[in-house]
Design a protein around this ligand. Sequence first.
Ligand code: XUL
Ligand code: CO
Length: 439
Amino acid sequence: MNEIFSNIPKVTYKGPESSDPFSFKYYDADKVIMGKPMKEHLKFAMAWWHNLCAAGTDMFGTNTADKSFGVVPGTMEHAKAKVDAGFEFMQKLGIEYFCFHDVDLVPEADDINETNRRLDEITDYIKEKMDATGIKLLWGTANMFNNPRFMNGAGSTNSADVYCFAAAQVKKALDLTVKLGGKGYVFWGGREGYETLLNTDVKFEQENIAKLMHMAVDYARSIGFDGDFYIEPKPKEPMKHQYDFDAATAIGFIRQYGLDKDFKLNIEANHATLAGHTFQHDLRIAAINGMLGSVDANQGDYLLGWDTDQFPSNVYETTLAMYEILKAGGLKYGGFNFDAKNRRPSYTFEDMFYGFILGMDTFALGLIKAAEIIEKGTIDNFIKERYSSFDSGIGKKIRDGETDLAELADYAAKMGRPELPGSGRQEYLESELNRIMFH
Ligand code: XUL
Ligand code: CO
């Protein structure tokens, strides 16, 4: 087989002093951080859709990149060329995982039986490559947002026939995820939301989404899937309002419909910021609810109101993200899926590699800095001390649930007036963070 990225060497760690653009400056796969090699902390994954399918088309213009890989697009030969390109790409970067939607893998046929046959054929080929290289599947999913049939949603559609079609896609995507040994299955509700309440029964739609998820869990467990399901929250785009608005909303949904034994969250940085939160915020909310499953690693543009899916470059953000993830004990079956694409004018093969080198280095630096924050302990100790009035006396009784409103009122009456609660010291803590970032 011919090399596709023939002008690009294997990318290795050369350190920050190196000016070799095809080297990692910070991602040193075997370097041990807090007892584990970087590559175990950072299970990076390639998103099939952005890296091998998307070629720069936007609302105002067509492709700028050539991702034909020398074959006519829309054919099974092209589907195979994408497999070849994807595995060569991952091997050159030392990426050990990938993620896919059903329709990223093969051109969709008019009839689902033919689409499924194509999916069987391509996954046989992918499996051979996986066996030969040791590359693994992080998670699979079904694309239930592109095709016109899903204009009113998939689980939330008004059409029972479309609902059945969505169910068929989920069933097949689960079969493929199990066939390829994946430990994750994602539901991103791209069209699960509404444009106007004038035509929408929200309760009916949410119940139907939950029913689809329950059927997916039952089926998946029956075919031996022992991994985690993930909801990937996003507040809007393509719909005006999406039901999985943010981590807190998705957790409420998961609990409301009894899905909490099987579901966790896949937190995407750019989705969190679109919801008006920081990436760190949604990671924290997921983590404290025991639902931090996996991460879609990207970043948005704060000046724009849509999902730009950029490769992460902001080390403050990845540091605070890795701080949350380390404190949560890591991701069990999850990893860091680069749901990210090159900017439209970055259209060459070299740019595909630069995007991943940037993203991997940015997360590696974040990991190094987050470990320093934890090892130094300034921030954690400050937080612990900040709540220390609950360590003893009346505070401890509150924490232990050994008091009542009347006793607290008596306590307050005897006190007359509390002292101010102590400075939050935000500016000091931000200086401490800078000291760690730039020493
Ligand atoms: C869209 C998005 C999706 C999901 C998988 O914003 O993030 O690509 O990650 O369907
Ligand atoms: Co995503």
